[in-house]
Design a binder for this molecule. Sequence first.
Ligand code: NAD
Ligand code: LMR
Length: 327
Amino acid sequence: MSSTPLKVAVTGAAGQIGYSLLFRLASGALGDRPIELRLLEIEPALKALEGVVMELDDCAFPGLAGVKIGSDPNEIFDGVNLALLVGARPRGPGMERGDLLSANGAIFTAQGKALNAVAADDVRIGVTGNPANTNALIAMTNAPDIPRERFSALTRLDHNRAISQLAAKTGTPVTEIKKMTIWGNHSATQYPDLFHAEIAGKNAAEVINDQAWVEDYFIPTVAKRGAAIIDARGASSAASAASATCNAARDWLNGTPADDWVSMAVVSDGSYGVPEGLISSFPVTTSNGDWSIVQGLEIDDFSRAKIDASTAELAEERQAVTELGLI
Ligand code: NAD
Ligand code: LMR
């Protein structure tokens, strides 16, 4: 393992997710390698961010090698190995994530360009800010010199939500649930697919044996969990989103176990009929910082229709940001 600190950029660092994420990163969520944090905020939030940095200092984290803050992406992204793009306006009650396209899209053109200009050659970019898939598409398109495989949008929170629902339904520890898949968009059209998942080594659909529960409870509960949290908390999920952002980055950099996979929204190569070039969630394995889409899964008519509906929404979002001149 390298002892040179991993340079990790976090945008929107003074926000809700940032307040949880920074402390997880600094306390070793990515592994034992020390990290240097590069925190990007808009000018008016820098004072609040200074306060967060005081708190980071006060934790005396042994693995935190340095912190730099600022509002210029070209300075903050300089030489970064990992960029976690969180900064974006969250939705409020009654909004869909897609409603944020025009509000948030422009952030990702500027940040894509800056990453293209100054990030390290090995940079990996994870997008949490919503609408995450299409924001990742915008950043990727605006960073033509960075390989497209280095961009990913967060569907790990949905993946974790799906595991948690299945664990609760079956009284099984979460560690016994493997091979969960989220397909498509991080939106209400996403398809949490338990047909290939395993519970203690057995096929999850066979263990559950209740299609009505899958269709009427499991899928909508996972897909609409973000809205349920906004209703209950009056603000969008933050600690769980930070936790999932850490999980996703750790597994991307360090690899997935041989008997499992994770869900990541990555650029489609046409696998499973997902139109090429969309950033869509797939089952993936990772190794040495690279991901591969799990191939050869059987997709029945029910799953096919769900995947198609979500990827159709992604194609519409791509069309909308094309018309907005963002890609
Ligand atoms: P927040 O409003 O608390 O924080 C967002 C921060 O981003 C603010 O501090 C703001 O100043 C900053 N910001 C805005 N424009 C910026 C820019 N150009 N550069 C740098 N920083 C900028 O919001 P939050 O609750 O932390 O959520 C952040 C985003 O994450 C939202 O879009 C939210 O919908 C999304 N989210 C995604 C998931 C997921 O699973 N993908 C889960 C939860 C939340
Ligand atoms: C979530 O899934 O909790 C986030 O994407 C926030 C939201 O708008 O739902």
